[in-house]
Design a protein around this ligand. Sequence first.
Ligand code: D41
Length: 683
Amino acid sequence: MTKKTAITEQVIQQANDLRQQINHHNYCYYVLDQPEVPDAEYDRVFRKLEDLEKKYPELVTPDSPTQRVGAAPLKEFGQVQHSIPMLSLANVFNEDELQGFGKRIASLLDINDPEEISFVAEPKLDGLAISIRYENGIYRQAATRGDGVVGEDVTQNVRTIKSLPLNLIGKNYPAILEVRGEVYMPKKGFYLLNKRQQEAGGKTFANPRNAAAGSLRQLDPTVTVTRPLALFCYGIGDVQGGVLPDSQSAILEQLKSWGLRVCPEVQRVKGVGGCLKYFQSVNARREQLEYEIDGVVYKVDRLVEQEKLGFVSRAPRWAIAHKFPAQEALSIIKGIDVQVGRTGILTPVARLEPVDVGGVTVTNATLHNQDEIERLDVRVGDSVVIYRAGDVIPKVASVVKERRPKRTRLFHMPSHCPECGSDVMRAEGEVAARCSGGLVCPAQRKEAIKHFNSRRAMDLDGVGDKLVDQLVEKGLINDAADQYGLNKQQLAALERMAEKSADNVLQALEKSKSTTLARFIFALGIRDVGEATAQNLAMHYGTLETIMNADEDDLQTVQDIGPIVANHIVRFFSQKHNRDVIQKLMKAGIHWPEIDVVSAPVDSNFLDKTVVITGALASMSRDELKDKLQALGAKVTGSVSKKTDFLIVGADPGSKYEKAQKLGVEVLDEETALTYINHSLRG
Ligand code: D41
């Protein structure tokens, strides 16, 4: 009996140790933004805890980091009554209104000069206000703001947010601590989520705020866990059994010391002047911030002053949101045009009644494709909400149906290309409609040449978009190669050109002839061949000829190239006009330095072999090994079958090893595999 207890205690201790390690790594990574260990180490510790909890299910506690992964779905959210109401924020939209705010509180506080007042200034995140309750330092409950009095119980969903500590750090936290903050979705995570949703045919979100709201108000926490939500804390609610400092800024410091995440942009400022300076500085850096904000918030720093000021109709008098000019505005669709891009994709574009959106006059907004037009149900004559975020192309966010004029007609993509009259096709499973005219289509020709000239391709900065348009329209060039045959007289005769500028163009053309194979491949504008793929092709094959002659199977041995891209590449080079253009370009004198091919897979031990990797490797990650094997022509799969040629085993191999032995699959240890690889490399 005693022995068993001893073991259990040891196991409990081990589980606690692992949890502490994981919590610490989470804190470094998500709160401090300073990871101490590589991801692989984190994964290792996490798996160890998972294994332990699987073996001893009675060990699992609700605050174990393994429990973030998502509880069972709910039928509906419970209701939570906020013990202290969650107030709302009043707004100001300009400097005058802000000065008014300053004067008002100065007068209420009996202070002569508003510039004497200390404020805490912070970005106003565009997310969802949330209240989070800790009991004895353990995460217990989270609720949305709701109407400020009653919110929804989103405890399980908030638990999945990695920047939320499930246990507070330190010892001096109150027995009951309710923190308030904003749940939001970082911009990057939002773009990736939408991309993922689109690929999976799921619903996409109009903006990070909607994505955050949709993710948090998800009845199934296993969905929420896949959503990249984050949290900043900005205040407190109910506090029992402990004391907090006497200023907003010190409270935020205190929250930080307990492991809670506070926005790093928070600053103490003096007076309305300090507020304005802060507003300008944040506004200037707005695009670079990782999250979307719609303004900044100022809060009177000293709590005694906050108490004196009190609140009116649910908003504190001591705080104010200073909003940026709206990113949305109302306009009317005057018409829908169709633009043709480099790869022939037809994009419907709404022509708008000019409207100011956050200080920029907008006259066009993309409608993306037919599906989007149907989703929005947008028609010519409609009143629409235009949305502009940063440098992104303005979008139609929604249609104001109530204002729709009578007798509007549905828009349909044309069946023929508006530029060249060729048939428009829509491939099965694709949202995009494409012109089938290829380089017959002047729009595609222009765009192809512009791409060829672009900075990351041939860097032909002397021949810009406007000049390309002119040259194509005047019939002086038909493809990228024709540019190299232009002479000074032809150029000097063009609009807005003279001898000097013609010379500059000729010089730029000459300079662009010296390039790299990767840039050249990228410049050709093969569908789905971006910079990285062009680079991989160049490194893999070393010469243009071998790339042009590779077949689809061979191309798939190149890193990151699958059957679809391989097919695009083969199709591109099989077309006579493409080969002709390439020949003309070579004749014009385009050249690049020779490449040492690192991994010519000719003599590879792994060529066309099916390989499985299992166990922990000592010298590299499994992904790295996979890349190396693929570069040598291997197909790397996840499970062992009769078709498997080799199983490469690292430390502690599991069932795959047993299966391989049963099936008589050849097993290689890591060292042997690396010897084979190195041998292959030497060819
Ligand atoms: O970033 C925000 N969205 C934010 C919202 C913030 N930084 N501070 C806030 N402070 C408050 C008070 C002053 C009432 C504690 C808020 C909000 N409220 C708020 N968010 C939604 C409603 C109110």
